[in-house]
Design a protein around this ligand. Structure first.
Ligand code: PGA
Length: 258
């Protein structure tokens, strides 16, 4: 555990699992957690596609499974003529606790700008859910020595000019784009260095207390082999897991690592 902050391990299913498969997943995860609960100071969230949220909510709540419900995205507007979109309020009514915003796939494939990401975080906060705000650099940016500058810019846009109390309850996911779905993980040194940088930037933008509460996840090819070492990094307060979260047992083992 990093300085007393709760570790949050989040499974981002992306566009995978039907609602039938999702229910089976929750049953498996529930059985594993019953047989061997997570140690204190660790929490789990799962982020199914929108079509499975209601089924997963029901499955989690009916058995009081100690797993938070998360979503992968939402629209920034409160409601209206946005065909195909889902609002923060719709998610809040399903007892969603965490909403991923600004995932690099959203930024790259769906053109989400820093401004959109901030507006989405605003919408999530307004409904009293917690945004998991994703930041991270491309391989070219890292090789050009621009990784920190890129992340700093994304952080300024997403968390600048916010009250300290709000910044203190945010989750920032550092996901180097070149590590997502590639099997390449950032080195422990690079993951810790960027997590520390994110905390330092939060301190500059919102003060020391907010920065000490803010949680920083690492994401990008997390698996059972590397999870324990990543979780042991001082400034890493959790993991955002894609591919390896698609099997309940695998996400469970990652959450129990070390
Ligand atoms: P990955 O995805 O674990 O499959 O690399 C992580 C993410 O995109 O959140």
């Amino acid at each position: 555990m990093s300085d007393g902050r709760e570790l949050l391990i989040s499974g981002n299913w992306k566009m995978n699992l039907t609602h039938f498969e999702a229910i089976q997943y929750v049953q498996e995860l529930a059985a594993l957690l019953r047989a061997g609960p997570l140690r204190p100071g660790r929490a789990l969230s799962i982020h199914p596609p929108f079509t499975a949220l209601r089924s997963v909510q029901t499955a989690l709540e009916s058995d009081a499974v100690p797993v938070a419900l998360g979503a992968q995205n939402c629209h920034e507007a409160e409601k209206g003529a946005y065909t195909g979109e889902v609002s923060a309020e719709m998610l809040a009514k399903l007892n969603v606790s965490y909403v991923i915003v600004g995932h690099s796939e959203r930024r790259q494939l769906f053109g989400e700008s820093d401004g959109t990401v901030r507006a989405k975080a605003d919408a999530v906060l307004k409904k009293e859910m917690t945004p998991i705000i994703c930041v991270g650099e491309t391989l070219e940016e890292r090789e050009a020595g621009e990784a920190r500058t890129k992340v700093t810019g994304q952080l300024e846009a997403a968390i600048g000019k916010r009250p300290a109390a709000v910044v203190g309850r945010l989750v920032i996911a550092y996901e180097p784009i070149w590590a997502i779905g590639t099997g390449k993980t950032a080195s422990l040194e690079d993951a810790e260095e960027m997590a520390a940088h994110i905390r330092a930037e939060a301190e500059r933008l919102a003060g020391e207390e907010a920065a000490s509460f803010l949680r920083v996840q690492y994401g990008g090819s997390v698996n059972i082999e590397n999870a324990g070492d990543l979780l042991a990094c001082k400034n890493v307060d959790g993991l955002l897991v894609g591919g390896a979260s698609l099997k309940a047992e695998s996400l469970y083992e990652i959450a129990r690592a070390r």
